[in-house]
Design a protein around this ligand. Sequence first.
Ligand code: TYD
Length: 219
Amino acid sequence: MPGVCVQQQADSGHGLFIVFEGGDGAGKSTQAALLATKLERLGHTVLRTREPGGTPVGEKLRALVLEHGNGDIDARSEALIFAAARAAHAAQVIRPALARGELVISDRYVDSSVAYQGGGRGLGERRIRDLNEWATDGLWPDLTLLLDVEPADGRHRRTVADAGEDRLESEPDDFHCDIRKVFLRLAAASPAQYLVLRAQAPVEELAQRILDRVQGLLP
Ligand code: TYD
């Protein structure tokens, strides 16, 4: 039925909702920080946030779902924990900031659940998308910046940069291959809403391409 499930971007005329997505070790946090700094220098008010997390309840759910040592978490419970954290994040942090006219930059959002829980855990992309459509009350990004990383490269970058791997990161490369495929498919299906970048490109080159694209969306 045409028109029944139209995807709504963040309210136009208000702020801008930008999301960084990609596999573990893609360099999302570095690029999110660079973009925030550049936009602030241009005089914009920026809210930088991340998932899972961004609210007190979200940070608790983050620790619960990512840290080792909380016992088995089955795939459906995992999907619901990420969605619960996101519901709080969308209602308490992202929507109010957009209503104030701010630029919101989030490290991960719904696509991470579609890729990791829908694809990686095999729960089904459509089902996870629908769950999150409900959880966020239909709040979708204006632009998603997908940093595409090969799983082996991502693991290498994590090993160099990090002290340890969380529950999801420590899954095998096959799992991360499935996730990568989902991210690329989502981007290919809606090219106007995505910019896909090779994570291996030089940091400053990526930052400039990202800024150019974001500036094209600013009034
Ligand atoms: P992230 O914050 O990117 O990890 P780090 O703190 O190491 O930079 O993401 C945490 C992990 O959670 C990552 O492996 C991806 C996973 N994740 C999901 O599985 N589903 C989701 O919906 C989200 C937001 C993250």
